[in-house]
Design a protein around this ligand. Structure first.
Ligand code: ATP
Ligand code: MG
Length: 599
């Protein structure tokens, strides 16, 4: 097996075997793994998609490198809400730890005091738990290590491996060089240890303004790897920090902080996305120096990179997500059209469906574009075996059954779940006035249309066969009422009863409930909004939200957010967690029953 310490180009062959169907570039073809069913509603996914990260861990376990331990971490910056890409990282990190009997730490990378907010932190914790993972008692903050990080920085100075640079940002940039051109040493690079220590302590003590100096590692200004050209590891920021208050006015930078935090927490495998590949030599350099002086234990954690998840019809950048919220393109961070985890949850996505999707998309070095339809498919697959069924008419047209006596009702019933009789039956009334779906009626039927048409019969599911006798229309010619008759000998379930070709869902006015139902479409009209001429916001789908007034069967009276239903023939729905209050029913369509989406 290839060792990950060898440089691997982002386009290298995926190390996964063919099981995941991973292609070298382009779209990923998802496998169809077998699944485990455990307790209701909380099914877990069998780790059938072998990937190169698992191979590394198994090799380490075999060689006893970390004593058989697996400790991973998910390190979000608390500066935004999590999206489906983060969910992928959460599932990889927590999932792998779980599969190997290890633990995964949740560590907030709170090194940047101006940008971070406790609202984000709380939301991130909530979403990790919602996805079904436990981070307690392993909740950490990079700021927990500010004292140690500072002490290590002095240690680097003492060893002649770090110096205070007093060039301004522009000079530093100019001296950094480029891919073709080596960098130029700073005129401050050869300051004495004493001078560096004095200056660094003055920086810490607030004696210098923001930007006046930075602390840099002394590595190699001519390195072909730009990350090794004397990277800055501390900068001055006279800003209060949400956790350490005004204790510090120098803050450590990410690359320096991250590897040391990993090592302090005895992380074994530090899994991150491919953009950090070129940072790995720096990660290893810092840790090797601290291990050799006995400041940190050995072996050091190993950084392993995999490709980011990208899904078509979305944008993933935090800046763009914020812009979509701020410009009102979506209604807040939890808009059900959004692929933030808060949005997906509100829409009706289940944790199981997201874990299944993450598992199927595997982890590889190959750039990954996944079809939105695969996320939708994972949801259908997760919900089909568990979602209670219900009849709901989304675009109602009134039907009056003239040979059914006024005021009479008769109970009909249907299974809560067609494949699980133990879940019992739901009941609803057959009555003189019912609603059917407008699209289940055609005045002039197209060929092969077996639903309701003038003079023809159709079965009202779980009820009787009715026949369309005549129509009532408004001034514009739109059908407002269908007058029908029913055949009393055809009640559903009658032994030896006759049948007709079409069967449609319906709701009776006598016990039906009115609800607002929100039907969603993709937020963008193009597969890759980031790659279009002009602004990505020019490609917003104006029809991404349609609200309809629906009629629902009475079993939905006490439906609650977090529950999922299959509305027969119409898709999977969940009560909206924001708008649904007692007595008002608002449902979101999470996904249609079939992948019928056409651009
Ligand atoms: P930023 O540009 O602000 O760093 P970010 O999306 O990387 O944005 P982080 O809070 O740093 O946000 O992300 C936390 C973790 O989630 C990181 O380890 C990051 O690699 C991972 N992550 C983010 N986006 C994706 C994605 N699309 N696919 C897989 N992992 C992701
Ligand atoms: Mg990041």
């Amino acid at each position: 097996m290839k060792s990950v310490t060898e440089p691997v180009s982002p386009n290298a062959e995926p190390m996964s075997n063919g099981q995941g169907g991973l292609q070298q570039t382009g779209r990923v073809v998802l496998p169809n793994p077998a699944r485990n069913a455990t307790e209701k509603g909380a099914r877990t996914v069998a780790p059938v998609v072998s990937n190169f990260i698992r191979q590394i861990i198994e090799a380490d376990n075999a060689s006893g490198k970390h004593g058989g331990k697996v400790v991973t971490r998910f390190p979000p910056e608390p500066n935004g809400f999590l999206h489906i890409g983060h969910a992928k990282s959460i599932c990889v990190n927590f999932g792998i730890a779980k599969d190997y009997g290890g633990v995964c730490h949740l560590r907030f990378d709170d090194t940047n005091p101006v940008k971070e907010d406790v609202i984000y932190e709380n939301s991130i914790k909530e979403m990790v738990e919602w996805l079904g993972f436990t981070y307690q008692p392993n909740l950490f903050h990079a700021s927990d290590y500010f004292d140690t990080l500072y002490a290590f920085a002095e240690h680097f100075i003492e060893r002649g491996l770090a110096y205070v640079d007093s060039q301004n940002a522009e000079e530093m940039r100019a001296h950094r060089g480029s891919f073709e051109k080596p960098g130029v040493n700073s005129p401050f690079r050869d300051r004495s240890v004493d001078e560096n220590l004095t200056l660094f302590r003055e920086m810490r003590d607030g004696k210098h303004a923001d930007g006046a100096h930075v602390l840099r590692l002394k590595i190699d200004m001519a390195s072909p790897n730009m990350n090794l050209r004397d990277p800055a590891i501390y900068r001055i920021r006279h800003v209060e920090h949400q956790r350490t208050g005004n204790k510090w006015c120098v803050y450590p930078l990410y690359d320096y902080t991250h590897c040391i935090s990993d090592a302090i927490e005895r992380i074994t495998h530090s899994i991150c996305t491919l953009e950090f590949e070129a940072h790995r030599p720096l990660y290893d350099w810092v840790l090797a120096r601290l291990v050799e002086s006995g400041k940190l234990p050995s072996p050091s954690p190993q950084q392993i990179e995999f490709a980011r998840l990208n899904i078509n019809y979305t944008v993933m950048s935090k800046r763009k997500l914020l812009e979509l919220v701020e410009t009102g393109a979506v209604n807040g961070w939890d808009d059900p059209r959004f692929w933030t985890l808060a949005g997906l949850r509100r829409r009706g996505y289940t944790p199981g469906s997201i874990r299944l999707f993450a598992e199927r998309t595997g982890a590889s070095k190959a750039h990954q574009w996944v079809d939105m339809a695969d996320l939708e498919g994972a949801l259908r697959e997760d919900l089909d075996p568990v979602a209670a069924r219900a009849m709901v008419v989304l675009d109602p047209i009134r039907v009056v059954i003239e040979n059914w006596p006024e005021g009479k009702t008769e109970e009909c019933s249907a299974p809560v779940h067609p494949k699980d009789e133990t879940r019992g039956r739901r009941t609803f009334q057959f009555a003189r006035e019912v609603f059917i779906e407008r699209e289940d009626f055609m005045e002039t039927p197209a060929k092969g249309f077996f639903r309701l048409t003038p003079g023809a019969e159709v079965r009202l599911r779980y009820g009787y066969i009715i026949k369309c006798e005549r129509l009532e229309k408004d001034a514009s010619g739109k059908v407002t009422t269908i007058y029908a008759s029913y055949d009393p000998a055809t009640k559903s379930g009658t032994p030896g009863g006759r049948n007709v070709k079409g069967a449609i869902h319906w709701v009776s006015k006598s016990d039906g409930l009115q609800a607002e139902v929100r039907l969603y479409d993709r937020l963008f009209t193009v597969e890759n909004p980031d790659d279009q001429p002009g602004d990505y916001k020019d490609y917003l789908n104006p029809n991404s939200l349609v609200k309809v007034n629906a009629w629902c069967e009475p079993s939905l009276r006490n439906a609650e957010p977090g529950q999922s239903f299959q509305f027969e023939r119409n898709g999977y729905f969940t009560p909206d967690r924001v708008e649904s209050k007692r007595g008002v029913l608002v449902f979101n369509r999470a996904v249609t029953l079939k992948d019928g989406w056409k651009p």
